[in-house]
Design a protein around this ligand. Sequence first.
Ligand code: GLA
Length: 402
Amino acid sequence: MSEVMQPEELKRLFCEKFGGGGEIRCFFAPGRVNLIGEHTDYNGGHVFPCALTMGNYGVGRRREDRKLRLYSVNFPQQGVVECGLDELVYEKKDGWTNYVKGVFRALEQRGCALPGGMDLLVYGNLPGGAGLSSSAALEVLAGLMARELLELPGLSMTDLALVGQQAENEFCGMHCGIMDQFASAMGQRGCAIFLDTNTLTYRHVDVHLQGVRLVLVNSRVKHSLVNSAYNERRRQCEEALADLRRVRALGALGELTEEAFGEIQDAIRDETCRRRARHAVYENQRTLRAVGALEAGDLPAFGRLLNESHVSLRDDYETSCPETDLLAELAWETPGVLGSRITGGGFGGCTVSLVEENSLALFQERVLAGYQRQTGRTAEIYVAEAGDGAREISSSFVLYSG
Ligand code: GLA
């Protein structure tokens, strides 16, 4: 599934690109899969993601001048991109490095005095464009490496998640919530994170499911204009909230139960905005119930809530697409599948399914064959492991996981 790259090899490449000498350190920040709670994070609701064991690796060294020199093993054609900390601007042609630039900019905007720059080599083993948050993983990686290599004081892992979100919102123009960066920063092996995005209070919940695995299926489709469609959803929720505030004092859609929403939903004038808000309210309540079901050991109930989440994303929120609908349907029809839904921002990307271990082979066969037959495309399957959040990796690390 993912490429293997040994640490020695990455360090060798680093020295080849940037020269040897000095203290060279290695870090890792994971991607994430969201189990339930989709498009609730910018509506003051709850989310339930886990960090993956796949993500971005960074090899870096502090610089005493105010320069960043950046290279990615995944985008060799980009070469080494160099920029000064005093001239951090978004440039489309700079591709992936914009996320790193955005993090340094956000750090300065938060009042961190940066005593120097950095040479950074990045290698990622997340499938690209699959909606598994490779950009959030890059932001958290860059923030963590800046904190450690430049010895920046007073930054918690939550702060680094917020810095990453700020980079994405303000520098890259994607008005995302906090979920992806938070999951990358705060993941814990074997656990999902039950996060209240309104208060940033959270707890880890064990997802070592007896005899059941979390399976990702990558549709390998990414529809265009994803960012603008995402930003549009967010704007529609804001419009719905503004209408509701004419009849009730309300901080966010996530404060409403289904019943309370039913009482006041007519205040939302635009029909599309009403459906968007209904998704946000119902999805948040589903997330609360899903965590309850999981903690009570009721996996079938957890699975049903996953299915309901998909239907709501398909019909009310319209962030699914024919390919991910097909993947969910093929999963629903397969014996041994407890639940399946599109995960992440949408418009392509992956589904996540709860599959009984002894049905894994059947699942793989049916879903891959059905998808190929009906779309002519080849999907990819990964059995996911919930992994730890961003961290430094000791010299003996193995650069392969998954
Ligand atoms: C993207 C965003 C997240 C979240 C999800 C949808 O991944 O980055 O903040 O809104 O979409 O749940």
